[in-house]
Design a protein around this ligand. Structure first.
Ligand code: NAD
Length: 244
């Protein structure tokens, strides 16, 4: 049996599927993954230093200039879901599966594709909030101002993205969902960023069947029962055919 046939079987047999998605999920929508985004930043500071709560607190204007460039704020919101996002929404809508999407992505594309249960563990680019008075602002507001300030109190607002140095607030429910599911599928993640990369290890320890769809090897390949080293779009189209 091929790995693809095995994964199709696992999906058929599962009631509750948890999916851990990473930046590779959205490359086919035209959004570069972490390595490429990292490569784009050529200042003196590292990526983790720039996209950090310390830098935001020290120099909000510098932070916003770099953040805007790295995450292509002008284009954010214009990207469309791809075949991978659509496949997950389809499992929920047309195959009667509960699909808990635990995503590291901040691009909002799982929501846009129609997935109902999405935990954006690293937050979202689609808004920004005032740390002082908690007023929320949408992406349009952020796009209109070089250094976006709160419409209520005038403080510089922070993107609703979990920055380096901040806690990952949804990590506990993510672990819970992944360890309670029948099947965990990791899609498009190098599994280099903690604590999220512990999720497949914990799921496996809890007896959950685990699968990985990724273009390249990861350091945690040993944590998976099924591994498919291929593009997500093509793999999901073929899985869709097998499940039809
Ligand atoms: P990563 O960039 O470290 O790894 C992406 C992985 O996906 C790589 O191993 C790559 O081989 C694989 N990949 C790329 N395109 C693929 C495809 N079409 N099919 C299958 N595999 C593919 O990403 P990560 O592990 O998610 O960590 C990156 C961090 O940066 C995350 O914390 C995330 O929040 C952030 N980030 C998010 C976005 C986004 O929201 N779209 C984009 C860049 C970075």
């Amino acid at each position: 049996m091929t790995a693809l046939d095995q994964l199709a079987d696992d999906i058929r047999n599962a009631h509750h599927i948890a999916v851990l998605s990473g930046a590779g999920m959205s490359t086919e929508s035209g959004i570069p993954d972490f390595r490429s985004a990292n490569g784009l930043f050529t200042g003196n500071r590292s990526f983790a230093d720039v996209v950090s709560i310390d830098y935001f607190m020290d120099d909000a204007a510098g932070f916003w200039a770099a953040f805007r460039e790295i995450f292509k704020i002008k284009l954010a919101g214009g990207y469309q879901p791809n075949a991978g996002h659509a496949f997950l929404a389809d499992l929920e809508k047309n195959h009667g599966k509960r699909v808990s999407v635990l995503t590291q992505n901040i691009d909002g594309l799982h929501h846009k594709a129609g997935s109902d249960e999405v935990l954006e563990m690293h937050g979202s680019l689609m808004g920004a909030t005032c740390l002082f008075c908690h007023t929320p602002h949408d992406l349009a507001w952020v796009q209109q101002h070089d250094v976006p300030r709160c419409r209520s109190c005038g403080m510089v607002i922070k993107p609703d993205v979990v920055l380096y140095g901040e806690a990952v607030p949804l990590i506990e429910p993510a672990f819970e969902l992944a360890t309670q599911a029948d099947l965990l599928i990791v899609m498009g993640s190098s599994l280099e960023v903690g604590p999220v990369n512990m999720i497949p290890l914990e799921a496996r320890r809890a007896g959950v069947q685990t699968a990985l769809i990724n273009l390249s090897e990861t350091r945690l390949d040993h944590a998976f029962d099924v591994r498919i080293e291929a593009g997500i779009g093509d793999t999901c189209r073929r899985l869709g055919d097998l499940l039809a």
